[in-house]
Ligand binder design. Structure first.
Ligand code: PLP
Length: 385
């Protein structure tokens, strides 16, 4: 059987590899999957249950039910100010938005700039549209934020768009307003697009003011803004995300969506609208808890020998340098797992630029953080003799 080139070349997730290995063990403490450990707010669950009971079991409009698009427009009334009829598309998670955005904007001859280490699925999405990946590599020396000059140097006549993810998975980096402004100017100057994945925009710490690239001159019409309910409202399993972009892009993405997921269940969408309307306090409550956990885990990791860590400003990931140990990150993570039961993800799961790092997700309880980091410290102390 000969499968397509795409299917044969699509990489497996490093998270899965660790997860599968961990399944063979007992007494593990996991810091792998990037999802909130909270349960979706009860009113959201009730809203969906009620809708199912009322028999809302049919297909819905491809772009999303008006109630949800109106709620999204209302939520963004002070920043993107989208027209709910023509500038919003509801998708199967931010994941589908990302895939459709790339398929809508990039052809195989085009180059797509990606700041790496980057969320693993971006590599898959770029491969699926056939475009050429152009990496801009960042390290902890610049807090995992690219310089405008680095990005300028990556631009060629074939560049079509740049992907932005701030706060970032896997590094937790938040791109500062000054750099975003510089990137926006590059996009306008070179007649490019930006795909801005802002799914973690509500998870920013230290009272930092969040800035979106869409806020700079000329960027609202050149940006495909992507977000979703997974991280904000602890709704990963609901598979609900959305795109805001200019009407031409939304129309094209909606056609592609019609040919893939088609539409989302009405109860899920009504639940999303309810979350946006009534659960903003829950978002703040969860954010405050993540911030406390970030402080806790940062202090614990900073106290370990052989590793270095910068305090992340957003999302719920710590990207820890193990370069001093001189071990490949995949080998380190596997050895740490087998000897201590602590499950982490090798930085190489986020591109080659992630070699020398491991990702630790802190969307887990204080008890897990304390126990997992105790084991990791002991492992490092013994290793370094
Ligand atoms: N974008 C980033 C940066 C993510 O980390 C994730 C999930 O981990 C997603 C998008 C996917 O979000 P969704 O669950 O809405 O598909």
């Amino acid at each position: 059987m000969k499968l397509s080139n795409l299917a044969r070349n699509m990489g497996g997730s490093a998270i899965r590899a660790m997860y599968n290995e961990a399944l063979k063990m007992t007494d593990t403490v996991s810091f792998t999957v990037g999802e909130p450990d909270f349960i979706t707010p009860q009113v959201v669950i009730d809203e969906a249950c009620d809708a199912w009971q009322r028999g809302l079991t049919h297909y819905t409009p491809n772009a999303g039910i008006p109630e949800l698009r109106q709620a999204i427009a209302e939520y963004h009334k002070d920043d993107l100010k989208p027209d709910f009829q023509s500038e919003i598309l509801v998708t199967c998670g931010a994941m589908e938005s990302l895939q459709l955005a790339l398929l809508t904007l990039a052809d195989p001859a085009d180059e797509v700039i990606l700041i790496t280490p980057a969320w693993a699925n971006y590599f898959g999405h770029i491969a699926m549209c056939g475009a050429k990946l152009k990496e801009v590599r960042v390290t902890e020396e610049t807090d995992f934020v690219p310089t405008v000059e680095q990005v300028r140097q990556a631009i060629t006549p074939k560049t079509k768009l740049i992907m932005i993810n701030s706060p970032s998975n896997p590094t937790g980096a938040v791109i500062d307003a000054e750099t975003l402004k510089g990137l926006a100017e590059l996009v306008v100057e070179h007649d490019l697009f930006a795909i801005s994945d802002e799914i973690y925009s509500r998870l920013v710490y230290d009272r930092l003011k969040y800035t979106s690239i869409t806020s700079f001159p000329g960027m609202r019409e050149r940006t495909v803004y992507i977000s979703g309910f997974s991280k904000m409202f602890a709704m990963t399993g609901w598979r609900l995300g959305y795109t805001i972009a200019n009407p031409d892009i939304i129309r094209a993405m909606t056609k592609l969506h019609e040919n893939s997921a088609s539409c989302l269940p009405a109860p899920t969408q009504l639940a999303g609208a309810r979350a946006l309307r009534d659960c903003q306090d829950d978002v703040d409550r969860m954010r405050d808890i993540y911030e406390k956990r970030r402080n806790l885990i940062f202090d614990l990791v900073s106290d370990m020998p052989g590793v270095k860590v910068k305090k992340p400003k957003g999302a719920f990931y710590l990207f820890v340098s193990i370069k001093e140990l001189g071990i490949k990150s995949a080998d380190f993570c596997m050895d740490l797992l087998r000897k201590t039961g602590v499950v982490t993800v090798p930085g190489t799961g986020f591109g080659d630029a992630g070699e020398g790092y491991i990702r630790i997700t802190y969307a887990t309880s204080d008890e897990n953080i304390i126990e997992g980091m105790r084991r990791m410290k002991q492992y490092l102390v013994e290793k370094l003799g």
